[in-house]
Design a protein around this ligand. Structure first.
Ligand SMILES: CC(C)(COP(=O)(O)OP(=O)(O)OC[C@H]1O[C@@H](n2cnc3c(N)ncnc32)[C@H](O)[C@@H]1OP(=O)(O)O)[C@@H](O)C(=O)NCCC(=O)NCCS
Length: 140
């Protein structure tokens, strides 16, 4: 079972990230490796899992460090899924900011994602009590 560790994002390289992001098919990121590296290096927290020298999983957050943590990018290589690694990565980045009140994220409307985040204690905004609305404005 790969070890999960919080790392200094500045230590990551393009080569570290491109293989992992390609393995989950996120071509919007991998077609511009320079931007991919800048985005991950600009994160608040980054947790990674390695197999030897290769990254097999990563989770990262964006945050003011006080009131809100936004969970952005949780990815695990297909060959090591359903063994608890994604959950351990998310816990590692979230547990690093235990006093923050709001933990939020946006993800695809797939049943697997819903099951994954529900198992981690997240509630979809429209199911939240008291009621909440989540809004998004994407660029095309
Ligand atoms: C989502 C993802 C990170 C999950 O990683 P993982 O290591 O397989 O997750 P875990 O093993 O910790 O799963 C924990 C629980 O979440 C639920 N779950 C996870 N993936 C699921 C799926 N595809 N279908 C249904 N439930 C799922 C299950 O309840 C699972 O527990 P179980 O295996 O004991 O049934 C991984 O599938 C992935 O990288 N997907 C592609 C990228 C992505 O969509 N990321 C999320 C949006 S940012």
């Amino acid at each position: 079972m790969p070890t999960v560790e919080l790392i200094d994002p500045q230590t990551l390289t393009e080569a570290d990230l491109v293989g992992l992001y390609e393995s989950v098919g996120w071509s919007a990121y991998t077609r511009d490796p320079e931007k991919l590296l800048a985005s991950v290096r600009g994160s608040h927290r980054v947790a990674v899992a390695r197999s030897g020298a290769d990254l097999v999983g990563l989770a990262r957050t964006i945050s003011d460090g006080v009131t809100i943590v936004y969970l952005q990018d949780v990815l695990v290589r297909p060959e090591v899924r359903r063994d608890g690694l994604g959950s351990r990565l998310v816990r590692a980045v979230l547990d690093a900011d235990p006093d923050v009140r709001q933990r939020v994220l946006l993800t695809d409307a797939e049943p697997g994602q819903r099951a994954f985040y529900t198992a981690l204690g997240f509630t979809e905004a429209h199911d939240h009590d008291p009621g909440l609305r989540a809004f998004v404005r994407m660029s095309v």
